[in-house]
Design a protein around this ligand. Structure first.
Ligand SMILES: C[S@@+](CC[C@H](N)C(=O)[O-])C[C@H]1O[C@@H](n2cnc3c(N)ncnc32)[C@H](O)[C@@H]1O
Length: 254
């Protein structure tokens, strides 16, 4: 298969865009010094940012990379003007690593279910019989903790691979005996035996979620996906969570 830059993973494209931006900026600065008036620092930074964004666009990176490339170098330069102690950069790096270190592989960042999602799901859970509820990628427990408090008849399980959100979730759930968090990968753990399985992930893993759900969920179980529908299955219900339709619950009975 011929090598194509367009097939590179997103981070490799981002690196190429930034380095390419710096190459353009360097060449422009050198050419500028040959002319009557040299380029200002602001001019060089602008050239770097615009070229990096243009390269990202040319490499067919997702659209949200464009503002990141436009802001990246100006933000570094601006941060250098602030008198921030160097160890804060280390703290920010370690915290980001503990939250996002798997995001490159999973392509699922951390964002949290809101109160509307909790309410919409609570309306559908039984209060008169036991049930088992699984959250795929449970984050800080924004969904599971309020549900576990509200439904003592339910057993709630979260699977999470990022250490810091997992630690926060476990810390908040101390004493909540019907709620447990497992450290691991959602595709390595079994989904068998659950009545409700909740996913708030990203478009990237949804085909795999659909396959595993079809293999492992029993008839009568329900998969609820927040914001990202299964690619090859019609939901029985589409439930917008806000008027603008930014978040929607998709219900899939099996
Ligand atoms: C969008 S957040 C949702 C958090 C939580 N379910 C909620 O609704 O508030 C997705 C979470 O899934 C986790 N995650 C993504 N892929 C995963 C995987 N393959 N195994 C375990 N956790 C995963 C991420 O680390 C992140 O915390």
């Amino acid at each position: 298969m011929p090598f194509s830059l367009l097939a590179l993973p997103p981070l490799a494209k981002a690196l190429i865009a930034q380095l390419g931006g710096w190459l353009f900026a360097y060449v422009s600065a050198r050419l500028g010094t040959l002319g009557e008036s040299g380029l200002s620092s602001a001019g060089i930074i602008t050239i770097q940012a615009v070229c990096a964004a243009a390269l990202a666009w040319w490499l067919a990176s997702d659209r949200w990379w464009i503002p990141i490339h436009l802001a990246f170098t100006p933000a570094i330069i601006a941060a250098q003007q602030l008198a921030i102690a160097p160890y804060w950069y280390l703290v920010a790096f370690v915290a980001s690593w503990l939250i996002f270190r798997n995001t490159i592989r999973t392509r699922v960042p951390l964002y949290l279910s809101n109160a509307q999602a909790v309410e919409a799901i609570a309306e559908q859970l039984p209060s008169d019989r036991p049930f088992r509820f699984l959250d795929l990628g449970s984050g800080t427990g924004a969904l599971l903790l309020p549900l576990a408090r509200r439904f003592p008849n339910g057993t709630f399980v979260g699977i999470e691979s990022a250490p810091l959100p997992l630690w926060l979730a476990r810390w908040q759930a101390q004493g909540q005996s019907n709620l447990v968090y497992l450290s691991g990968d959602i595709f390595s753990e079994s989904w068998r035996g659950y009545d409700f399985v909740y996913a708030f992930l990203s478009p990237a893993p949804m085909a795999r979620v659909a396959r595993k759900a079809r293999n492992e969920l029993a008839p009568g179980a329900v998969l609820i996906s927040n914001s990202f529908p299964l690619p090859d299955q019609e939901p029985s219900r589409v439930q917008p969570l806000d008027a603008a339709g930014r978040r929607t619950l998709y219900w899939y009975p099996f």
